[in-house]
Design a protein around this ligand. Structure first.
Ligand code: HEC
Length: 223
């Protein structure tokens, strides 16, 4: 065989080998489809928008003040009378006498043996403090000896606090509603520079049909 002939054969063998490998690779690429780790169309139903942010409104709200009703408060106070009275010069019972309590420092009523939690609380019984304490005494002053579950309803607390407010030789004034203007500036941020809005490029997704948008949300939805 001459050299050319040999080269031809060698080239043919090489070409065949390469061709075979190429086909194998190609077949591999075409046929061996790996299942994606997550399906492209796993459409997740959005969960209830994550943890709900609680906006604490400043105390007291006008609704709270409107619910201050001493007459109704006297009825609510029936839940307290097994331990307290609010009469001038009244006895201490399981709980201290509550005459003059609104506006007074906690744990100061003469002759009553308070818990150390109450004595060392540093609390002054203003409207907000009373409202929080009466909602869940053990939560507000952990270790308090007041064995009472609390008044769940805001209107019950507002009413009984009004009852206690007037049970005094020198009642403190009714509270003013927390200023609404204060809230407005806190909650709303108005962009100062309105060119920000005017110059914003149009969002290409704005008029995209829903089908085009979904796969993208599926891809990014796992975080
Ligand atoms: C089971 C008895 C009991 C009931 C019911 C109860 N309390 Fe008390 N209360 C106490 C005791 C005991 C204390 C003292 C707590 C301490 O020393 O930690 C106290 C303390 C207080 C104080 C703080 C007094 C101070 O001088 O600092 C207020 C205000 C108060 N109670 C209001 C109420 C109101 C209003 C109700 C009803 C809605 C109520 N309590 C129901 C037992 C009770």
């Amino acid at each position: 065989m001459d050299e050319l002939g040999f080269n031809k054969i060698a080239a043919a063998v090489l070409a065949t080998a390469l061709g075979y490998m190429g086909i194998k690779e190609l077949a591999h690429a075409v046929i061996h489809v790996e299942a994606p780790a997550k399906p492209a169309y796993a459409l997740e139903i959005p969960e209830a928008a994550g943890p709900v942010e609680e906006i604490e409104l400043p105390f007291p709200q006008p609704t709270w003040i409107a619910e201050m009703d001493a007459e109704r408060g006297a009825k609510v106070f029936k839940k307290c009378t097994s331990c307290h009275n609010a009469e001038e010069g009244g006895n201490n019972g399981t709980g201290p006498n509550l005459w003059n309590v609104v506006g007074a420092p906690a744990g100061q009523h003469a002759g009553f043996g308070y818990s150390s939690a109450m004595k060392s609380s540093g609390v002054v019984w203003n409207f907000e403090e009373l409202d929080s304490y009466l909602e869940r005494p053990s939560k507000y002053i952990s270790g308090t000896a007041m064995n009472f579950v609390g008044l769940k309803k805001e209107k019950d607390r507002a009413a009984v606090i009004e009852y206690l407010r007037v049970a005094s030789s020198n009642p403190v004034a009714r509270p003013e509603p927390a200023a609404a203007s204060e809230m407005d500036t806190e909650e709303v941020t108005v962009p100062q520079d309105d060119t920000l809005i005017v110059d914003a490029p149009p969002n290409p997704l704005d008029d995209a049909p829903m089908e085009d948008v979904q796969p993208e949300t599926a891809e990014t939805s796992e975080e």
